[in-house]
Design a protein around this ligand. Structure first.
Ligand SMILES: *[C@@H]1O[C@H](CO)[C@@H](O)[C@H](O)[C@H]1NC(C)=O
Ligand SMILES: *[C@@H]1O[C@H](CO)[C@@H](O)[C@H](O)[C@H]1NC(C)=O
Ligand SMILES: *[C@@H]1O[C@H](CO)[C@@H](O)[C@H](O)[C@H]1NC(C)=O
Ligand SMILES: *[C@@H]1O[C@H](CO)[C@@H](O)[C@H](O)[C@H]1NC(C)=O
Ligand SMILES: *[C@@H]1O[C@H](CO)[C@@H](O)[C@H](O)[C@H]1NC(C)=O
Ligand SMILES: *[C@@H]1O[C@H](CO)[C@@H](O)[C@H](O)[C@H]1NC(C)=O
Ligand SMILES: *[C@@H]1O[C@H](CO)[C@@H](O)[C@H](O)[C@H]1NC(C)=O
Ligand SMILES: *[C@@H]1O[C@H](CO)[C@@H](O)[C@H](O)[C@H]1NC(C)=O
Ligand SMILES: *[C@@H]1O[C@H](CO)[C@@H](O)[C@H](O)[C@H]1NC(C)=O
Length: 737
């Protein structure tokens, strides 16, 4: 190291540090004024240092060497002089001697002063003896390193050897070898007077290190109870050689146990653990971990505050008061902050019963916020009336119990449950009762509207004064949530409307009722009854008419042929019911055998029949028998009877189907007529159309006129001509169908 030798003192001001201006002293000077000096073995030597202030020496083998003496010397020049004297120089005295101002030095920084390097060559001691730690050389991230094999004689040549042979590196007898070395042992070799000397092997360690230290202090817990073991870990990543140091309250008593754990995978990690067993309250305080890099001046520290409690504790802080209200259907949370150690058990009660935790309507939860801070929440999903009550939170651990109770009131809007009136018999008095529910308990107010026609206009309503002579209002409480209001009218003379209003904080509901004066009421009742009767009668009439119209009936409609002609013929109305029935037409039933059905209508039918003994000339005779179906009603029977009477009345005729006989007694009515062999007229005309057109039209008419008809007459043999005209004279609804 080159030193500037300033024999004269120079005062100057130099910037030292970011903002500190020191008027620094010029460097001390050394006598002998040389860079280096070779001293004889076993000889003595002295070094003098001059300075403007007190100076002191730094030298090899400091302190423990009795052969080195340091003393102050007087000098008239006004300078401070310190002399270092070595009585018996040995190889170990080889090294750098530095003189410096002792008061300007801080402990951390490198000493700044003047130097002289002394060699004490010893043929027996080629290499300067070193401390054990100097043989460990730590190389950081494959950087330059020094293998400090210094010789006692500057002239001695030295080579460096590793397991692989000679290693080339810069050599300086004051420093040793400077180069980049891989890990492993290295030996320095020197030849003095033909004799080989080897140093003790130097071990090179190649380590990983970062320029910045990343330090983490982990405290799984910061709160403890007396007797527990405090555990803290300090972690450094990506550095292999780190010095750890702990400062903590129990440090003086050396209470802590320290462990170092090194992990290489996946990256280098040093874990330094401090354990303080059987903690007491006195162990509360700041715990600090300091880590230093071994290879350079990098330091990092982290701090945590640990609290040790004599025993467990609980503190609770509810975020609500002891009386709370919730609106119906509202969602509401009640939060309690808890600080506790050891961890507490938290439970909620409702009216002294444990809340079932999985209710969907009320839930509770516990959340850990920090190490000893918890938050418990009571959640009402949709507040209901029955949720009102006393809720209690109980927090407990081994050492403490705390609880807090609050009352919850579910507010329910006022609602009217019932509005009815009572009549006081003949006095004409009436009482209206209004039952209302809600929480808080509703108030009941009455309003009255005297002009019934205008009650839909709000201006017609007036508040019912409480003190009017013939109206009395009362209120009575039914239960916690229900109240009944009553208003009594001594006499209701005209129809009025009464309105009940139920009010509480959350709402108002009203309902109205009409009070009718009693006299008016009875008249109204009669009118209503009459009206109802009338309606019933009308409806039944309509129904009857409809039924009547729907059913086709078998009746005879008399139509006199002459009525069609326009030349003023008289109308003749005949009531067939009045006609007599000539019992000579009666034919015994057992003389009649019925055959197939020839035709049928809604009420009647015509069947083929064989009559025995109906005519003398023809003992067995084919006939048509007209009768009613079993479903026929009496009116139809009458109609058939009328038909029979008409036929007997008209008498036989060529052009009609003539009556032959009848069965009217003891059984259904049978009308026995001629049998038409050719079916009905329309079909016959259609079938025989051609033959009709070719015949002479006059002749048949003439011939037909000569036949007379009589039930007893045999000439009825030639009946068939009459069949053709059968349907011209009479029409019945029955046979039209
Ligand atoms: C120094 O002293 C030692 C022991 O007294 C002696 O062996 C050695 O020869 C001396 N060396 C010199 C150079 O005087
Ligand atoms: C005081 O120091 C100076 C050198 O700075 C030297 O020349 C002088 O002799 C010293 N005086 C005494 C009395 O030692
Ligand atoms: C000097 O030191 C050597 C070795 O320590 C010792 O042998 C010798 O006697 C000493 N000489 C004197 C004069 O003290
Ligand atoms: C500095 O010098 C004074 C006086 O000589 C001494 O008491 C003190 O220990 C010295 N300090 C150091 C750090 O050497
Ligand atoms: C070692 O050598 C390198 C390169 O020549 C140099 O940068 C470094 O400062 C040297 N180390 C020492 C301690 O002198
Ligand atoms: C709950 O229990 C306490 C004490 O046992 C009692 O004073 C309180 O009245 C009870 N509360 C209810 C709502 O039952
Ligand atoms: C709710 O809890 C009760 C008892 O705590 C249990 O019997 C019941 O099965 C639970 N129901 C559900 C849905 O978890
Ligand atoms: C209600 O009555 C008042 C006075 O009686 C009248 O001024 C107002 O127009 C009426 N309102 C309606 C909606 O009929
Ligand atoms: C009823 O009360 C009202 C006001 O409160 C008062 O003006 C009136 O005179 C009272 N009437 C009776 C009959 O007490």
């Amino acid at each position: 190291m080159g030193t500037s030798h300033l024999p004269f003192l120079v005062l100057g001001c130099v910037l030292a540090g970011p903002s500190l201006v020191l008027c620094q002293l010029s460097l001390p000077s050394i006598l002998p004024n040389e860079n280096e000096k070779v001293v004889q073995l076993n000889s003595s030597f002295s070094l003098r240092c001059f300075g403007e202030s007190e100076v002191t020496w730094q030298y090899p083998l400091a302190d423990e060497d009795p052969n080195v003496k340091i003393r102050n010397e007087e000098n008239n020049s006004g300078l401070f002089v310190t002399v270092l004297e070595v009585a018996n120089a040995s190889a170990a005295h080889t090294g750098l001697y530095t003189c410096y101002y002792n008061h300007t030095q801080s402990e951390e920084s490198e000493i700044e002063g003047s130097h002289i390097y002394i060699y004490v060559p010893d043929p027996d001691v080629v290499f300067v003896p070193l401390g054990m730690t100097d043989y460990l050389v730590i190389v950081e991230n494959d950087d330059f390193a020094i293998i400090p094999c210094r010789t006692t004689d500057p002239q001695t040549p030295v080579t460096l050897l590793s397991s692989e042979g000679v290693v080339l590196a810069d050599y300086d007898s004051r420093q040793g070898f400077n180069g980049t070395f891989s890990g492993g042992p290295y030996v320095c070799e020197a030849i003095v007077r033909g004799k080989k000397f080897h140093s003790i092997p130097f071990n090179i360690y190649s380590v990983k290190a970062t320029s910045e230290l990343e330090l983490e202090l982990e405290a799984p817990k910061t709160v403890y109870m007396a007797g527990e073991t405090i555990v803290l870990t300090c972690i450094v990543l990506n550095n292999e050689v780190v010095d750890f140091q702990w400062t903590y309250p129990g440090e003086v008593k050396n209470k802590g146990v320290v462990m170092l754990e090194e992990m290489k995978d996946p990256s280098i990690k040093l874990v330094h653990t401090l354990m303080v067993p059987k903690a007491t309250v006195k162990d509360s305080g700041d715990y600090e971990c300091i880590a230093r890099l071994a290879t350079r001046e990098v330091k990092e520290m982290k701090k945590v505050t640990i609290t040790v409690h004599e025993k467990g504790f609980i503190e609770i802080q509810p975020g609500f008061s002891q009386l709370e209200a919730v609106n119906l259907h509202e969602v509401k949370h009640f939060v309690v902050d808890v600080q506790a150690y050891p961890p507490p058990r938290i439970s909620w009660l409702k009216d002294n019963l444990t809340l079932i935790e999985n209710l969907t309507e009320i839930t509770t939860d516990i959340e850990k916020i920090q190490e000893i801070r918890y938050r418990s929440r009571l959640k009402l999903i949709r507040a209901k009336e029955e949720d009102s009550g006393h809720y209690t939170i109980i927090v407990q651990n081994e050492d403490d119990v705390k609880s807090y109770t609050f009352e919850l009131l579910t507010q329910v809007p006022a609602s009217i449950q019932d509005l009815i009136d009572d009549h006081h018999g003949s006095t004409g008095g009436q009482t209206v009762r209004c039952t209302a529910a809600g929480t808080p308990l509703p108030e009941i107010e009455w309003m009255i509207c005297k002009d019934i026609k205008k009650c839909n206009n709000e201006t017609s309503w007036a508040i019912l004064a409480n003190n009017i002579s013939n109206i009395v209002t009362e209120v009575s409480r039914q239960d916690r949530h229900t109240v009944q209001g009553r208003v009594t009218f001594a006499k209701v003379e005209e129809t009025i409307a009464v309105r009940c209003l139920a009010k509480n904080l959350l709402g108002v509901e009203n309902r109205e009722l009409k009070l009718v004066a009693p006299t008016l009421r009875s008249e109204l009742t009669v009118a209503a009854a009459v009206l109802v009767l009338l309606v019933i009668v009308i409806i039944s009439l309509i129904v009857l008419v409809v039924i009547w119209k729907q059913k086709p009936r078998y009746e005879i409609r008399w139509r006199v042929i002459e009525s069609i002609s326009p030349d003023g013929h008289e109308y003749i109305y005949v009531d067939p019911m009045q006609l007599p029935y000539d019992s000579r037409w009666e034919f015994p039933r057992d003389g009649l055998v019925l055959g197939r059905i020839l035709g049928s209508g809604a009420f009647g039918k015509v069947v083929e029949g064989t009559a025995y003994g109906l005519s003398r000339s023809q003992p067995v005779m084919k006939v048509a028998v007209k009768m009613l179906k079993p479903t026929a009603r009496s009116s139809e029977k009458q109609a058939l009877m009328s038909e029979l009477k008409i036929m007997t009345h008209l008498g036989p005729h060529l052009n009609i189907v003539n009556l032959l006989g009848a069965c009217t007694k003891s059984g259904p009515i049978y009308i026995i007529t001629e049998y038409c062999f050719y079916g009905d007229l329309v079909n016959y005309l259609h079938k025989n159309r051609d033959s009709f057109l070719s015949h002479h039209p006059e002749k048949p008419k003439k011939e037909l006129d000569i036949f007379g008809l009589n039930p007893t007459d045999e000439s009825t043999r030639s009946i068939c001509q009459g069949c053709l005209g059968a349907h011209i004279l009479r029409e019945t609804e029955d046979f039209k169908a």
